[in-house]
Write a protein that binds this ligand. Sequence first.
Ligand SMILES: [Ca+2]
Ligand SMILES: [Ca+2]
Length: 99
Amino acid sequence: MLRTVALAASLAAVTPAWANAEAGSDARFNELDRNADGFVSRDEGRDAEELNTRFSELDANNDNKLSRDEYAVLGREAAEKLAKERQPARRTSAAGGSK
Ligand SMILES: [Ca+2]
Ligand SMILES: [Ca+2]
């Protein structure tokens, strides 16, 4: 029982370590929000590669700017992707299927 709790705690502690100036991170948001109004406008996001094609999609409330929360979705995605990549790919014995 105690073991489960300890495992959950250690997992939670690991999460924020990757956050630097990567796409979706808080630091990156601050970088993009040049006028520091708490939103990344379309103009501010123009140079951001990660926002080029996804601005409208991320702008959940359609006010043409991304709040910290809306932008953070990118970070969550990146974290999930990373987690998936770290998991060993499941191999079936029937390898060699062509696509
Ligand atoms: Ca701004
Ligand atoms: Ca918005």
